[in-house]
Structures are given as C-alpha cells and as structure tokens.
Design a binder for this molecule. Structure first.
Ligand SMILES: [Zn+2]
Length: 170
C-alpha cells in the first residue's frame, strides 16, 4: 500500500502534505471554513463515502487541524471545528481557489471583506482598507449568475452571504 508519509523528504512541504495531501482532506477543511461542523453535513455537501469521511476527520483531528467535541444538540455525535493551526490554512486554501479559477474554471463563490464589502483581490487583500482580513472577517457568497448545481442542505444554507467560520444552520 502507498503510505501517506514522505519519510525521506526533508522539507516542510512534505510535512504539510502528510497532513493535508490526501484526497478529500482539503475539501473537508474548506467546508470547515464555511462553517460545516457535523458529520452528516460534511457527508451531504461532499458526497463522500462515510468510511472515507470518518478516516479523514480522524486524521485531521490527529494532525491538530480539527478539534472534536461532543455535539450539545445530539447525544453521541460530535462537532468538528478548525484549530488555530487549521485556521492558518486559510491563505493556502485561498491561493488554491485563485489558482483553480485562473487555470481551471471560475470559482462559484466570491469572497469579500466583511467590514466594507470589497471583493478580495487574488492575494486575499482588501485594497480599500489596505489589509488582508483573516477568515473570521471574510464573507463568502455565491458568484452572481452562477447556476446552482447542488441542493443539499449545506449548499442551500450557503446560498445567502455567509461569514467564514460561522456555523451553517442546516
Ligand atoms: Zn475592506
């Protein structure tokens, strides 16, 4: 079996990829930034097999990117939230979104500075305020004119402007 470690690569990129380089992992992290916190919501939004989702969530918790705590609303279930190290992945995620938009196809969502409503530039900066807001100060909304191709509860909740890291209500 192909392992997920790059033992003989003495580079911090290899260490980062050991944590986030597996298939689905970054999409789970993206959804966590969108405020998805429950297993059933990740599953509904990602169409990911349950076993794979369980494995990836466990790995992200072990690697200190997500933290898990009991769900106050559902006994026996859990809530997953980004740790400080997980939140540090925002610039990486945003850079990949921009790259995908430039070289693959246009992203379906816009990202704006919450304080002033200005669209962030390709470096994630608000040029009006001359700063780079953290994810907690960014509002994401569907790009106008984009066809809605998903109708799961998370996708529906995200059709209205949504501040990153604020829990989605499904
Ligand atoms: Zn601004």
């Amino acid at each position: 079996m192909l392992g997920k470690d790059y033992e003989r690569q003495d580079c911090s990129l290899a260490r980062a990829l050991e944590a986030i380089g597996e298939r689905w992992t970054l999409l789970i992290v993206r959804d966590a930034f969108y405020g998805v916190r429950r297993f059933t919501d990740f599953q509904a939004h990602l169409d990911i097999p349950k076993a794979v989702l369980s494995d990836r969530l466990r790995g992200l918790v072990e690697d200190g990117i997500l933290k898990r705590r009991p769900d106050p609303k559902h006994a026996g279930r859990h809530i997953y939230e980004l740790t400080a190290a997980g939140r540090d992945l925002w610039p990486v995620l945003y850079a990949l979104l921009v790259w995908g938009g430039r070289h693959r196809n246009q992203n379906s969502r816009d990202f704006k500075h919450a304080d002033c409503g200005t669209l962030l530039d390709e470096n994630g900066r608000c040029t009006k305020c001359d700063l780079t807001p953290g994810p907690e100060d960014i509002v994401s909304e569907p790009r106008r004119g984009r066809r809605k191709i998903r109708d799961d509860p998370v996708a529906i909740a995200l059709r209205t402007p949504h501040r990153l890291l604020e829990p989605v209500e499904t």
